[in-house]
Design a protein around this ligand. Sequence first.
Ligand code: NAD
Length: 337
Amino acid sequence: CSSTTPITATFFPGDGIGPEIAESVKQVFTTAGVPIVWEDHYVGTEIDPRTQSFLTWESLESVRRNKVGLKGPMATPIGKGHRSLNLTLRKELNLYANVRPCYSLPGYKTRYDDVNLVTIRENTEGEYSGLEHQVVRGVVESIKIITRSASLRVAEYAFHYAKTHGRERVSAIHKANIMQMTDGLFLKCCREVAEKYPEITYEEVVIDNCCMMLVKNPALFDVLVMPNLYGDIISDLCAGLVGGLGLTPSCNIGEDGVALAEAVHGSAPDIAGKNLANPTALLLSGVMMLRHLKLNDQAEQIHSAIINTIAEGKYRTADLGGSSTTTDFTKAICDHL
Ligand code: NAD
């Protein structure tokens, strides 16, 4: 894409703190002169029978058409008869891999200075298949599905990511010693793909040991690929290593080249509407989206402005120990730009 041709991208501001941090992204992107036209889609107030959820069919069509989007957090309304909003997006758009880079932010001190890893989570199956039932009273069953096709697809994505992002190692995270068939198949697929990438070191790490290694020395890891539930847990653990959920971005990768970037955190109802949210995670997700679109100059400018604002320490939101509002912090980033 040339940096002067406007690109249309779908934007889901989402719920809770979503609209506040979405506004921050729009301001920063406008200040940086990013050539993006946003197509806003809000979570509906009624169930759309075509999607069986509060997400409208038109909003899904918008992502399919634009192939790129940014998503704020979405709280699934409690009740029966509809699907989780996030699950609807993943299933309908076939978002098969969730990529979560996690790195120490220069200027924001945590226990570690050298975290620089990427978790790649299988996003469509595993324990999230939604197949749960009661066998007899007092006994319930949840079915974990692992397929060869989904495992090969996410493994291929992980190795390709490693190769194209100058990474040296891929670790497959598993519990195949206990879940011999499901995680065993996942590992078999990772091994098959690893053979096609001799330049990338491949290793297998049991999940419990992985957790211990991550909190003791996160620099031991580079790219980690894993089934759905392990990815959910490990990526939040990794967010904790670098300063919390207000900082960590992600991008969902779908078939047909769809990329839907989103913050790792949820809608934070405890601070919603108070101008307290840290927009960094959504902003950095926006930066991932820009890199996906090869708008690398703008991506680097915005990334540096965020890092410099946090490192300067004058404007920080409460989750990072500061007292700035979302709008003050956003303005400081715009001033850096
Ligand atoms: P949460 O991530 O919303 O909040 C956890 C804690 O982190 C809260 O104390 C919150 O104030 C804080 N926090 C989160 N993001 C922050 C930010 N940007 N700045 C400052 N502080 C921040 O998790 P939760 O409370 O378990 O979930 C709330 C709702 O969000 C639930 O309905 C859940 O289903 C939904 N959720 C959605 C997504 C998503 O859309 N991808 C992800 C997780 C949870």
